[in-house]
Design a protein around this ligand. Sequence first.
Ligand code: NAD
Ligand code: IPM
Ligand code: MN
Length: 357
Amino acid sequence: MAMSHRIAVLPGDGIGTEVTREAVALLELVASRRGLSLDLWHLDLGADRYLRDGTTLPPAVFEEIRDTCDAVLLGALGDPRVPSNDHARDILFGFRFGLDLYANVRPVRCLHDRLSPLKHHGAASVDFIVFRENTEGVYVNVGGQVRRGTPDEIAINEDINTRKGVERIIRAAFEHARAHGCKRVHMADKSNAMKHAHELWLRVFREVSKEYADVEAVHVYVDALCLYMVQDPSAIEVIVTNNLFGDIVTDLGAALQGGLGMAGSANLHPGRKCAVFEPVHGSAPPLAGKDLANPFAAALTVGMLFTHLGQHDIETLIEHAVRDCIASMECTKDVGGALGTRAAAEALRARVATRLG
Ligand code: NAD
Ligand code: IPM
Ligand code: MN
């Protein structure tokens, strides 16, 4: 009997549920055509569940996922009914930190000239990948508030950077560059201002880069990186940066791809079994329930999931099918089409089916 891949599915909130439904249909289509057996575990976790009974990510569920699943497919989390965002942090960081998924890998590839917002650069200029540190930085819940609500209030979020954490994400970026024939890696920090934490990044980057003499190591301050990303993205191939800067530059990167509806993402611990796949975008409350969300970011994310399962050609196949749909205007409004979420996802599945043969 063929080996079965166990995948936990958390549809999330808002448009997360709409695009994840379509992503699951795509997963199932590819699996059935390829003779892969999938064991999908649908979990009722997200804002609705939290509002119902306070549950976020129960330890027993987390442990079972960690011990038995090959992947988690996650829709975006975030709901206006939960202003604290507590459930989203519990679930999202529960996976990222709990599974030690230190590499948040976010490809930035523009799939059609029409989608590039730049006057002087078309799709061919936008093709890079961001390695975002995913377990440290200001995202670690170290800090607190003192004298809250008074004029003397103090609010602190500490920025945690460990030698081990910085080194492993920098190495992952160089390993990717070497494996994919990339000529250079950009490391973005703010070491001119953040003299302690980011001096560590700069020093480790310089040290590690010596082991990759075939790859050019370019240090940039993150503010300048944002400038270069817009002025001439063609010079960029691989970016490595910390958790917060990685979050920000990947939304900027999404703008170069035609918007957040086009940006896929994977949370990985290279070499480990269980990884988490979620598009870059959030739950977009204003779009929720209106069949307006672009399902392609989630579809490209499914492509990354198949690479993780060892089906390396599927990621490219899905990407080509998305290109087909964009080129023929079979897509949602945000990328110039007139289709709803379901219809765009259906069109994409038809293209994928054709390409699968
Ligand atoms: P967002 O990504 O939801 O939306 C930003 C903009 O992009 C909006 O204009 C939205 O309409 C558009 N957009 C996003 N996804 C789209 C899609 N698939 N198709 C078409 N347009 C799309 O970011 P936000 O508004 O800052 O956040 C909304 C909520 O989502 C918040 O609660 C936030 O915390 C959460 N969030 C969750 C994740 C995650 O779980 N991975 C990621 C980002 C934001
Ligand atoms: C992302 C999101 C999350 C992050 C939020 C929802 C905490 O913006 O995955 O990009 O900042 O990591
Ligand atoms: Mn983000």
